[in-house]
Design a protein around this ligand. Sequence first.
Ligand SMILES: Nc1ncnc2c1ncn2[C@@H]1O[C@H](COP(=O)(O)OP(=O)(O)O)[C@@H](O)[C@H]1O
Ligand SMILES: N[C@@H](CC(=O)OP(=O)(O)O)C(=O)O
Length: 543
Amino acid sequence: MAITTYLSGAKIPYQFSTTRSMCSNHCLNSVVSFRGPCQGPISCKGKVFRVFCNAQKLDVLTRSEPNSRASEELGKKLSCVMKFGGSSVASAERMREVADLILSFPEESPVIVLSAMGKTTNKLIAAGEKAASCVSGVSEIEELSFVKELHYRTVDELGLEKTLITDHLEKLERLLNGISVLKEFTPRARDYLVSFGECMSTRIFAAYLNKIGVKACQYDAFDIGFITTDDFTNADILEATYPAVAERLNGDWIRDHAIPIVTGFLGKGWRTCAVTTLGRGGSDLTATTIGKALGLREIQVWKDVDGVLTCDPNIYTGAEPVPYLTFDEAAELAYFGAQVLHPQSMRPAREGDIPVRVKNSYNPNAPGTLITKSRDMSKAVLTSIVLKRNVTMLDIVSTRMLGQFGFLAKVFSIFEELGISVDVVATSEVSISLTLDPSKLWSRELIQQASELDHVVDELEKIAKVNLLQHRSIISLIGNVQRSSLVLEKAFHVLRVNGVNVQMISQGASKVNISLIVNDDEAERCVRSLHSAFFESDMVDID
Ligand SMILES: Nc1ncnc2c1ncn2[C@@H]1O[C@H](COP(=O)(O)OP(=O)(O)O)[C@@H](O)[C@H]1O
Ligand SMILES: N[C@@H](CC(=O)OP(=O)(O)O)C(=O)O
């Protein structure tokens, strides 16, 4: 039998020999963690295999290659993944509507990914913060009462047993007590705390489907092979996840056609084995990861808007749905701040070449946005305008002579050493202007952010003059940069008549994005005027 080994995410061809012959169809469909001596037994579902290799401290994940007989037995295969965000499952009524929506596609055998109900994640984070500075008992924390009440009410309104979530809610309170005793809310504790949201929403929804006669099975992502880095609050999914998740979900589906209901947003750190999260909005990434792992036909992300819009509707209510996007456009849009998609979520879909459809669970008849590898760009000029606020910009001017080589390398090695990622860059012979990714800085404590920025400036000042500029915004113009002159002409006209001075400009190598840096307090006005100029008339609107 063929066995493949995955070592910290990379597929490595290790030699295996076994002390016993393995039976053909089961044994290896779970993830086996193997640490310590390089030679030793691996136990998997009661079978013992002996592994011989030379590396130290291995984490070995084993899986069987699917054999043709097992594939034939698949019969009706899992066909698509449908992800429903917090707003889609915010109440009992919404859960009923989502169940009806899923059942309105009888031809599909979907994997369902759910986020936590409504604003549960925010409430849990607030509860954790209050617990850490709590003087009285945690039972008085308003956000804890809110979460308890919302989930008990939902269970009650759906006619389910309270016991479905009592264990989780008791554990949640114990965890908050622990945080209040320690007076410390670490990123690791934060991830464990917020995981209760997805763990409860999926249990409630699966139980409801079973109650109405639709066979469903709940899964915690961290138990079915979602292996991540140990970067709590912003973990990356490791390669080993794909075969492990496919093995588990396909294996269970073959045995019993129960709709899988999987927790979005969560994973398991490969070193710590603790619960991790994939960054805010991470359920989109869970969905695309499952889509690629299982080679599904389509990935659907159901939201509370009619698809990806021409700009953030909170900035401009007249934003229109964008019918088609490429993976590159969607990735750029998400990375540069459009909340509608998780920044990393397009990667698995692009790698697996699986179309992603963004739909509105409140308005299922709206066509939504279809995201694919390529699209007809002949008529495309601008697709969407995205705003990323509160960005820090650095102007770095070399103190050495013109033509000095290695300047860029030195600057970027400082960012690498400090683990700070850079968003937008513009360079000249002796200077660099760049912006720092706020999400990476925001994931750290405020006080730490300030001292890290000081540290960056201190290090850079050894080789350059540095000007630190805060409260800037990046306006990203996503679209057909083959027509960049037209886009720039129009954009700069709008900005000029609005009296806005652009402080930096960069055209991404991806050829779908032009980024402009302006002051935070001018940014929203600029977006509205740009939207009006590009999407509403041929004339430039003057504010
Ligand atoms: N360009 C955009 N297109 C669509 N929605 C956007 C855009 N920019 C920001 N948004 C916001 O993203 C929200 C949807 O994303 P999100 O809240 O993560 O959905 P869900 O929780 O349902 O997955 C919308 O309600 C909207 O306010
Ligand atoms: N519940 C998590 C994960 C998520 O993806 O949520 P949503 O799909 O509602 O954006 C969050 O709020 O970040």
